[in-house]
Design a protein around this ligand. Structure first.
Ligand code: COA
Length: 298
């Protein structure tokens, strides 16, 4: 699908995207590159990184891949430094690396819980921490006088509660807290904007195939107000908005891109029945004293 943004909105920017070799992370990498940014991607699997980098380069995008695990501080430090060494600066950090699996709370071991917290929450903080010196306003490695920007990929699972996702719900709640707190501290101190994106069910992603077998997948379609799954492109467009000057006054928000799914409730009455029922109830309450039900008419 064609982008509604001008192709130069990220011209001269350098981005580092964790989990940028596949799924939503790869689409963000591609769209950032198509809009003028140089792209470094970080991931654990060399083969995935190599094919992602070749695909980006075949589109004429300056791209490089660095192997690393966001759970290891030494990897985070090395990848941030390698990105700056390779491209000369760092302007945008996207934390898209995540871990997930479906499991009931009863069957989840504390180590399973910790593993997802370590990838999603601690990993996000570690990457932000290592990138800070390069994202700071006026830092030697910045392409403009304003600070850089950070984007954390979150979820909507923790807004209420989600079946068999206690570990990810806890981890993404922490990610949202990081987004707000870093927006406050680093926005004030360094003019760095920190925002998040909370995707709903997005088709053709590892998350969707891992967490939602086809029968659940079609239910999600039924419950979504816009009546369709999202596409990776939808998330990448939100990322472009937040990373570009279009979002220059947006700081500390997590943009929900889910077609309204998290608001969805079972549709308990058809619209026509509501009209009839609601009018009938009002008529009844007018015909009796306020607050005292007119029993003979009930
Ligand atoms: N159900 C229950 N527990 C599970 C599990 C599952 N499906 N998968 C892993 N675990 C538990 C393990 O049993 C282990 O706990 P234990 O030591 O008490 O037995 C713990 O989680 C760590 O598992 P391990 O396989 O050693 O972790 P890893 O570091 O190799 O892999 C994961 C990390 C588990 C998150 C793996 O799924 C992964 O790498 N995911 C990345 C990709 C991804 O999830 N993408 C989707 C994003 S939405």
């Amino acid at each position: 699908m064609e982008s509604p943004f001008k192709p130069n909105i990220l011209h001269g920017k350098v981005s580092l995207i964790t989990g940028g070799g596949s799924g939503i992370g790869f689409e963000i990498s591609t769209q950032f590159g198509k809009h003028g940014a140089s792209v470094a991607i970080m991931g654990r699997r060399r083969g995935v990184l190599d094919s992602a980098v070749s695909a980006l380069q075949s589109l004429g995008i300056p791209a490089v891949g660095f192997e690393g695990d966001v759970r290891k501080q030494e990897d985070a430090k090395r990848v941030v430094e390698s990105t700056v060494k390779h491209f000369g600066q760092l302007d945008i950090l996207v934390n898209a690396a995540a871990g997930n699996f479906l499991v009931s709370a009863e069957d989840l071991s504390p180590n399973g819980f910790r593993t997802v917290m370590d990838i999603d929450s601690v990993g996000t903080f570690t990457m932000c921490h290592e990138a800070l010196n390069y994202l700071k306003k006026g830092g030697k490695c910045r392409s403009s006088a304003t600070g850089g920007t950070i984007m954390n990929i979150s979820a909507t699972l923790h807004y209420t509660a989600s079946w068999y996702q206690i570990h990810v719900s806890a981890a993404k709640a922490a990610v949202d807290a990081l987004t707000r707190n870093l927006a406050l501290e680093w926005g004030t101190d360094y003019d760095i904007r920190v925002n998040g994106i909370a995707p709903g069910p997005i088709s053709d992603t590892p998350g969707m195939s891992k967490l939602a077998p086809e029968e659940i997948n079609s239910k999600a379609r039924d419950y979504t107000p816009l009546y369709r799954l999202g596409e990776k492109w939808d998330i990448a467009m939100a990322a472009l908005y937040l990373a570009s000057d279009a979002g220059k006054y947006v700081n500390g928000t997590t943009l929900i891109v889910d077609g309204g799914l998290w608001l969805s409730r079972p549709h308990h009455l058809p619209k026509e029945s509501v009209k009839q029922l609601s009018r009938a109830v009002e008529k009844r309450s007018r015909s009796g004293p306020v607050g005292v039900p007119n029993r003979s008419k009930l």
